[in-house]
Write a protein that binds this ligand. Structure first.
Ligand SMILES: C[S@@+](CC[C@H](N)C(=O)[O-])C[C@H]1O[C@@H](n2cnc3c(N)ncnc32)[C@H](O)[C@@H]1O
Length: 198
């Protein structure tokens, strides 16, 4: 198992495919061990690295939303190698189109790791899918240190994404139904949201 996960890390690095940083991966693994989700939704699966790590840490089944066909091919091979295929459902296509098709389902854990510039548009599609005791973890909200207050945006091409991520964080924090913790210190920054108890 460990070798297969290591091979995935090497493959991702060689092909410059972004995958969860070690802190973020370990946070997800610990969350899965602690909360024991039965159903997980992942937006942005790439080659299946974070999904595999989560599945190997609990008994859940996972629904993976991924737009890239080449990534899906590799992810399927990796799930097969790890004996996880039976626990994975892959939903192929742009998550803005595919997430509404999941309406009616509820997930115990949602990991948002798709297109960073679309997080504010994705959030309203995810919240109806988050179970009563569910947890929403969103990755890269620090965006290489550019999102936290007072940080400089190092390149013009990142301006829009950084603003969208700031909007996303505001949307989470201003949502009176959610409790949200922001952890800029974990990986590339993660947020962790749960429903506020009434
Ligand atoms: C950061 S990678 C995911 C990494 C993965 N979660 C991991 O840690 O192993 C982001 C993925 O989101 C996918 N993606 C980008 N835009 C998307 C969209 N609109 N709908 C679905 N997936 C998308 C990309 O193809 C890419 O594979």
């Amino acid at each position: 198992m460990i070798n297969i996960l290591k091979d995935m890390e090497v493959f991702a690095k060689e092909r410059k495919i972004p995958i969860a940083l070690p802190d973020t991966r370990d946070f997800l693994k610990n969350l899965c061990k602690e909360k024991k989700p039965k159903t997980i939704l992942e937006v942005g699966t790439a080659i299946g690295y974070s999904a595999s790590n989560m599945l190997l840490s609990c008994d859940a089944v996972i629904t993976c939303c991924e737009a890239s066909k080449p990534n899906i091919v590799i992810a399927k091979q990796n799930f097969e190698k790890l004996g996880l295929t039976q626990r994975v459902k892959i939903v192929e296509g742009d998550c803005l189109k595919t997430l509404p098709t999941l309406l009616g389902q509820k997930f115990d854990l949602i990991f948002l790791d798709g297109p960073k510039g679309l997080y504010p548009q994705i959030l309203p599609l995810l919240l109806p899918l988050l179970g009563e005791n569910g947890t929403l973890v969103s990755d890269n909200i620090g965006f290489r240190g550019m999102v936290s207050k007072g940080s400089e945006i190092t390149e013009n091409r990142f301006v829009k994404t950084v603003h969208e991520l700031q909007t996303f964080i505001n949307d989470l924090q201003n949502n009176k139904n959610l409790n949200t913790e922001i952890h800029f210190e974990i990986g590339d920054g993660i947020s962790v949201s749960t429903w506020r108890k009434k």
